[in-house]
Design a protein around this ligand. Sequence first.
Ligand SMILES: Nc1ncnc2c1ncn2[C@@H]1O[C@H](COP(=O)(O)OP(=O)(O)OP(=O)(O)O)[C@@H](O)[C@H]1O
Length: 370
Amino acid sequence: MTETTSNSTKQTSADPAAPAFAVRDLWKVFGPKADRVPGDPAHKDLTTAELREKTGCTAAVRDVSFDVQRGEVFVVMGLSGSGKSTLVRTLTRLIEPTSGSIAMDGEDVLAMDKNRLRELRRRQTAMVFQNFGLLPHRSVLDNVAYGLEIQGVGKAERRAKAQEIVEKVGLAGMEERRPGQLSGGQQQRVGLARALAVDPEVLLFDEPFSALDPLIRRDMQEEVIRLHREEGRTMVFITHDLAEALRLGDRIMLMRDGAIVQLGTPEEIVANPADQYVRDFVRDVAREQVISVRRAMRPADAAESDSGAELAPDTLVVDAIEAVAQSGEPCRVVEDGRTLGVVDHERLLAVVAGIDGGRPDTEGKEVAAV
Ligand SMILES: Nc1ncnc2c1ncn2[C@@H]1O[C@H](COP(=O)(O)OP(=O)(O)OP(=O)(O)O)[C@@H](O)[C@H]1O
């Protein structure tokens, strides 16, 4: 059985303590003499449009540094043209960066030779695309098995594995159909199944659901959340849709003109937008569904510190409103037996109304020993 391969054959110099990806000072510049752009101080303060005018180059990714932690859903968000696709494609060098560094599991991606890169793209990562990228003349099962086929996995083994994944994503009974005989949502399930079949460490999603209608889209988001919960796989997810980013992301990196505008949890971004651009982005978000009582609470006074219903610090404001209404009095925010603060109607409604100031003014402080 020489054609069978498995994960145990992976030859990598992975550091188990390293982040899934560590990206530093990364640039991708398109255009003439692109490599002169990143280091030149004369270009540092130019806007992307000014840079284009002066040099004829487009800086699609501009001096970007971040880590993707293992097991997190890392969302890259921004308007069209902000550099999302270019950035994510540089992670596996589908697009060669102009300068900077990228490490996956501690291994230098830019130092990888052709064979190592092929392995990185075929086994360690898998991409799910907006246009599905399915092979039209192949059955669902053979599409799902495709990634295993190019790895050289034998037919019986790859079909068995594909069958298992087809069931996992809810396509059982459709194995022999062609992609053209499926709805958009079903086709994207095939795309997802194909990516999962190779058992990658990291799934890279490039706006996978933006061609789907809203209800199907919601279904697919639930599917991703479910898979993530069950498998804990690292996911990098591009979207320009804020609701999708908030729903899926453990952290969100918001880009504009190739640069990072803000990187934080959904709650941090909604509660503390870094600038007016982010503020405009999150203006219509239902804040009570994103912000937790840790951020909404105020210090407890002496009488409140050991009485009243208890809430965990990560309780969402929307749920706390219900709890406060039911108990008829302020609720305590309690962590490890300590009262961190108190939420009452006033504090909670201020969050809903967006007049809470966005400051965690009591965050982390123990206000009364119990
Ligand atoms: N091959 C290329 N040559 C020249 N410029 C490019 C190339 N690829 C991308 N760009 C430019 O780089 C910038 C970032 O493009 P990119 O596709 O990464 O953005 P995006 O945020 O993914 O956009 P969208 O949401 O529309 O896919 C854009 O200004 C784009 O025109």
